[in-house]
Design a protein around this ligand. Structure first.
Ligand code: FCB
Length: 453
């Protein structure tokens, strides 16, 4: 059942638990042609008519590239222990390979220094979907070479920043890149290959493994990957729905996690006998992919209720989950799904499971400032309260969860939804770029302070 906001005090988390917030480069930075930044696939995708709601683009986004100092002050005001952001590959290597663009690296160097000075641990993600456009023209994530280019880029960034950064995330949500970017075409680069997008999974995983090695060689201490996971249940006990749920689970939850933690791919026979053959595995790849990681990043938004869709290349569909409120995005609010997911990860992977960080979790809401400029967002507070309690319940059940990052620090460009879905703890007026901390900001600040006292 949905755990509604309760008056019960928030239980105490273990000492040293990391309280964070997340963002990503294309969603907040803007400044797309400044300081030598190259073009990304998202710049191009946003220019294609009909791809993004109301034709919005990330050209200006939340103008973080110019407002990073005051954004670090917002983080300090929250008392964050860590900030997860992403590095725009086209700022560092405008064409996706070769020499580094010093001015691009300088931006992340300044940000890193400011975070360290504020006592906030920087947690960068190297790839949150903004692939340099020239790499897409040579095949993008359908090309093996992109994995090697990514490792080169990872080494360049780490050579500059690893002295101050304890933990690195290679990729964000490789499933979404594969399925929405190359399978369904709802995200950049907009390909519609359905299951023929499976090579994108393999080459991203190879990129992750090669980058993990490059990061360590350049002095990085801890390396992880952030996947979006969703505990799946069949819509009925009809064997067809049960089988569809297993197929869904293999693709969403196991494909990337099994490969990284176990060095093998899950059974994809639910997609037809030939599905596994679409993964272009070469000798030695799985060993590289299974390069040990120090943690697992888990992005959680909602569980999935799955039914069969016979005759379709993706033989399942997700159903509404009755009995729960939904966010402005229409996503069901099921905090206990997060506890269930974390416990299942522990059961599924046992000793192969490293410590977990919840690297994203949050709630979109149609926030509107009141006349006094206050943004009152009780649904978001209730969402966060329920999910943070769910993390605590997982820890109490023996799962080693080390940190929790709210998506997001500030309202931002929500991909195909443009600026329509607001996830921030801080409201952004996209006309003036004014920031207004929401009621959830104060709530999270107080929670962090209480956990520290
Ligand atoms: C995740 C993405 C993040 C944001 C949230 C709402 O899938 O990683 O960039 O869009 O969803």
């Amino acid at each position: 059942m949905l755990r509604l906001m309760t008056d019960a005090p928030m239980p105490q988390f273990p000492a040293g638990f990391v309280w964070g917030a997340s963002t990503s480069s294309y969603q907040i930075e803007g400044a797309v042609s400044e300081d030598g930044r190259g073009v990304s696939i998202w710049d191009e995708f946003c220019r294609q008519p009909g791809k993004i709601r109301d034709g919005h683009t990330g050209d200006v986004a939340a103008d973080h590239y110019h407002r990073w100092k005051s954004d670090v002050e917002l983080m300090a005001g929250l008392g964050l222990s860590a900030y997860r952001f992403s590095i725009a590959w086209p700022r560092v290597q405008p064409s996706g390979s070769g020499e580094a663009n010093k001015r691009g690296l300088d931006f992340y160097d300044r940000l890193t220094d400011a975070l360290c000075a504020a006592g906030i641990t920087p947690v960068p993600t190297l790839y949150h979907w903004d692939l340099p456009a020239p790499l897409e023209r040579s095949g993008g994530w359908l090309s093996r070479d992109t994995a090697y280019r990514f490792a080169e880029y990872a080494g360049i960034v780490a050579a500059r920043l690893a002295d101050r950064i304890p933990m690195w995330i290679t990729l964000n949500e490789p499933f979404v890149v594969m399925m929405h970017g190359y399978g369904l075409g709802t995200h950049a680069p907009g390909r519609q290959l359905l299951l023929h997008a499976l090579p994108v999974a393999h080459y991203q995983l190879l990129a992750h493994g090669l980058a993990a090695q490059a990061l360590r060689a350049a002095g990085a201490r801890q390396v992880t990957i952030a996947s979006n996971l969703s505990p799946a249940e069949p819509a009925s006990d009809d064997p067809a729905d049960v089988a569809a749920t297993a197929a869904y689970d293999a693709l969403h939850n196991r494909l990337f996690t099994d490969a990284v933690l176990l060095g093998r791919y899950p059974d994809l026979s639910g997609f037809g006998v030939e599905a596994a053959r679409l993964l272009p595995v070469e000798d030695g790849d799985l060993e590289v992919i299974a390069t040990p990681v120090d943690a697992l990043g888990v992005n959680y938004y909602n569980p999935s209720r799955v039914s069969a869709l016979p005759g379709s290349p993706l033989p399942y569909r997700t159903e509404p989950i009755p009995g729960y409120p939904v966010t402005a995005f229409g996503w069901p609010v099921v905090p206990d799904g997060l506890r269930q997911l974390l416990v299942e990860l522990r059961e599924r992977y046992g000793d192969a499971l490293p410590p977990i960080y919840v690297t994203e979790n949050g709630c979109s809401r149609a926030d509107v400032p009141a006349r006094d400029d206050m943004v009152t967002d009780p649904e978001r507070i209730s969402f966060l309260d329920g999910h943070i309690r769910a993390v605590h319940a997982a820890i109490a059940a023996g799962v080693d969860v080390r940190g929790y990052f709210v998506w997001s620090l500030i309202d931002n460009f929500e991909w195909a939804e443009g600026y329509h879905q607001r996830f921030g703890l801080t409201y952004v007026d996209f006309e003036t770029q004014a920031r207004i901390p929401k009621a959830s900001y104060a709530w999270y600040r107080d929670l962090i302070a209480a956990q520290r006292s």
